[in-house]
Every structure is written in structure tokens, then in C-alpha cells.
Design a protein around this ligand. Structure first.
Ligand code: C6P
Length: 404
């Protein structure tokens, strides 16, 4: 049994808004005081543009910004910081790959493989680029327990010329942790590169892009206790070197003339314009905070909490958990007989329990499972068994009202 104690007191919003129980962490997490302070300190002490000025404050800001890149590189075990690209979030990271790398390998003979459990962010960009390049887009089926159908994956790999496999590490609806290394090995054996959407993994799973043999790995700062509007794309060094730029503008160029512009090396080739400097600094503070919690037994605690929450909710008559894979983290989706997810969510809110309801930006998954949506409770490092008990009691009250 882990001795981890959820540090709710580190999160001003949770203290200020008591007695709200916040169970919408897959949408966004709350921010610890150390992250809020890092932003305030940066703007109070070090704010200047980066990579441009000869003056001292710009030098300091540049140092902090590039140190943040090193912190992220260490967090995902990248072999060098220049494999870490700063973006606005997972969505932008995935679009960057779709619009810069994908056109070099997509044509009317090639295929992009996604899965039925993708968030729209890892679905729509591939649909758009496939339409544009005349390439095929196919989706791997999801089994009824919320695992991926690996036989279907193998069959699609065998019978198509797959150039790109784009897949989520952890489902934002089902909580399923996909076997990314096994999938990546199969994809590589078939000559495809792999793009991983790590939006729901970064706060819960130990990330090691070398161990996963990742080509591209995307995630968002705001889902791992960092600021909103900031994200990461890890890329394999050779791929980043070969790829053309993403957007054009200041800072990403070596030289500009009317005839031709030449570009910086990665990562700067992909970072046009003034970046979100405070976002990088805030994320670095969040990573350090998260690492500290992980060293106190967070992962084991989160696993136990999810399993406790599942067992507790299953005591409710007519409640069905959506997504029962053995390997899960973060999210617990469910439906209750005779109730609509939206009504359940509304009545939970009236009892100060915050969850998300609906399709969770995964309409193709809802259609594949034949459900209108789910109620989703998703957990963060500050949630405790007490929060699960509050959810359980509030849920019983909601169901009593709705079944009257
Ligand atoms: N999912 C949820 O409530 P951005 O918005 O770019 O930070 O992340 C997009 C995204 C991509 N992939 C997955 C698996 C995700 O879960 C998300 C965001 C939130 O489930 C908001 S829709």
C-alpha cells in the first residue's frame, strides 16, 4: 500500500473553491502554487523576448526558455533537447506532423492508420491531409472491453501500404493504455512511422520515447498541471532534419532574400514568431512538481484510486463502466440505465461534483460502441478516496431523482 498523500493544499483553486470535488482532469488539470509562482516570477523578474536581444533580461529569458526544453527532454528521455519542439498543445503538435511530414510520404497508393478511439485532434488532421493527398485513411477497431483489436491492426498493416500509424497512448474516454511499443515495432517492420498522441498519458505514465522507439510523440502542458496554450512535439532527429518548416516568420530563418529563404536547424525551424515563453517556464515547473510527486508513490496511488473508484461505482445498480481494459489510467467512463449522461452530469454539478459528459471529442468511438456519450470522472494527483465517496453519494442521489 502506498503512503502517498494527495497534496490538495498545493492547489489554490481547490482550496478556494471547496467543497467542489474536481474530477475533470482529463479536460484540464488544476495548477499547483509552484507553477502559478513560476509564471508570476517570470513576468515580474525576467520578461523579455528570447533569442533576440543583446541585453541582460533577454539573455535571462532565453536561458530559462532553453532550460525548460532541457527539462522536457529529460522528462521524456529524449536523447537531445533539440528533439523537443514547443507548440500550442497536442492539437497543434499533431497538425504540425500532418502538414509537414505527412505530405512527403502520402499519395494515392499510401494509407494512414488511426484507431476508432482517437480524439478528434488525432483524427481530423489525418482526414484533411489524406483528402488533400489522395491517400487512404483507415481505423483500427476497438474491442467491446475498450482494448484495441490488434488482429485487425495486423491485418490492416498487411493489406495496405501504410506510411503512418497515428494512435493515442491513453484513451481520453476509456482510459485504455495502448501497447505502444508492440504497435510501434509492428509498424516499423512494415515501413510505417508512428505518431503518438500522449495527451492523456503524460500526467500518468512514465514516458520514455527511446524505450517506446517513438518517431513523434505529442502532449499538452495543461493536462499535466502546467499552463494552458502550451504543448510539446518530440520528433526523431533524422525526421525533424528532413522535414520542411511548419509556419514561416521570425526566428525560424537563417537568411531571407527575395529569391530564397534558408531555415534554422530543429527545433527553431518549427518555432516561428515569439513563442509562449512563460508557457515553457510554467511547464518546466509542473514537470519538476510532478516528478517530486512520482517519487513519493503517485503512480501506485493513482492505480489504486482508479480501481477503488471502479469498484465503488459498480455497487450502483444499473451502472455500466465503459472501458474495462486491464491496463487503464486516468479516466472512468460510465452509463447508468434509465438516465442520460448530461442529466447525470448536471445533477452531480448541483452537488458540487465536477465531471465531463458527452462524446468527449471522440464521436467515431461513440458510434463504434453504439452509445450516445458517457459520464466521465477523471482523476488528478490531488484526488483521494474521499472524493470518490463524494462522487458515489452524489451519483446515488442523482439517480434517485432521475428514476422517480
Ligand atoms: N481532451 C478531454 O476532455 P489539446 O486541446 O490540444 O490540449 O488536447 C487535445 C487532445 C488530444 N488528444 C487527446 C487524447 C485528448 O484527450 C485531448 C484533449 C480533452 O478529453 C478536451 S477535449
Amino acid at each position: 500500500m502506498t503512503t502517498f498523500v494527495p497534496p490538495k493544499q498545493d492547489f489554490p483553486l481547490l482550496v478556494n473553491r471547496e467543497p467542489i470535488v474536481y474530477l475533470d482532469n482529463a479536460a484540464t488539470t488544476q495548477k499547483p502554487e509552484v507553477v502559478i509562482n513560476a509564471l508570476v516570477d517570470y513576468y515580474s523578474q525576467n520578461n523579455a523576448n528570447v533569442h533576440r536581444g543583446v541585453h541582460q533580461i533577454s539573455d535571462e529569458a532565453t536561458g530559462m526558455f532553453e532550460d525548460a526544453r532541457k527539462t522536457v527532454a529529460k522528462f521524456v528521455n529524449a536523447s537531445a533537447p533539440d528533439q523537443i519542439l514547443f507548440t500550442r498543445g497536442t492539437t497543434e503538435s499533431l497538425n504540425l506532423v500532418a502538414y509537414t511530414y505527412a505530405p512527403t510520404v502520402l499519395n494515392d497508393q499510401t494509407t494512414v492508420l488511426i484507431t476508432e478511439m482517437e480524439h478528434h485532434s488525432n483524427f481530423v488532421p489525418w482526414q484533411l491531409i489524406c483528402e488533400c493527398m489522395g491517400a487512404k485513411l483507415l481505423a483500427v477497431k476497438v474491442n467491446s472491453d475498450g482494448t484495441l483489436n490488434l488482429d485487425h491492426f495486423r491485418e490492416l498493416l498487411r493489406s495496405n501500404q501504410v506510411a503512418i500509424v497515428a494512435m493515442t497512448h491513453v484513451s481520453n474516454v476509456l482510459g485504455t493504455i495502448n501497447p505502444i511499443r508492440e504497435i510501434t515495432d509492428l509498424a516499423h517492420e512494415n515501413g510505417a512511422i508512428v505518431v503518438i498522441d500522449g495527451a492523456q498519458a503524460a500526467a500518468h505514465v512514465d514516458l520514455d520515447v527511446q524505450e517506446l522507439d517513438s518517431d513523434f510523440y505529442a502532449f499538452s502542458s495543461h493536462k499535466m498541471y502546467g499552463p494552458t496554450g502550451f504543448g510539446i512535439l518530440y520528433g526523431r532527429a533524422e525526421l525533424l532534419r528532413e522535414m520542411g518548416p511548419w509556419q514561416g516568420g521570425g526566428e525560424m530563418i537563417k537568411h531571407v532574400s527575395l529569391e530564397k529563404t534558408t531555415f534554422q536547424e530543429p527545433p527553431h525551424k518549427f518555432e516561428a514568431g515569439t513563442p509562449d515563453i512563460s508557457g515553457a517556464i510554467g511547464l518546466a515547473a509542473a514537470i519538476e512538481y510532478l516528478a517530486q510527486q512520482q517519487s513519493c508513490g503517485l503512480s501506485e496511488f493513482e492505480e489504486q484510486l482508479l480501481s477503488f473508484a471502479t469498484d465503488t461505482l459498480l455497487k450502483i445498480d444499473g451502472l455500466r463502466v465503459i472501458g474495462t481494459a486491464a491496463e487503464k489510467c486516468g479516466a472512468l467512463s460510465f452509463l447508468v440505465d434509465g438516465t442520460h449522461p448530461h442529466d447525470v452530469g448536471t445533477l452531480l454539478n448541483e452537488q458540487q461534483v465536477a465531471v465531463r459528459t458527452g462524446h468527449h471529442c471522440a464521436i467515431p468511438l461513440m458510434e463504434a460502441l453504439g452509445i450516445p456519450g458517457t459520464v466521465r470522472a477523471s482523476f488528478g494527483l490531488y484526488n483521494s478516496k474521499k472524493d470518490v465517496d463524494r462522487l458515489y453519494e452524489a451519483l446515488k442521489t442523482a439517480i434517485r431523482i432521475l428514476r422517480k
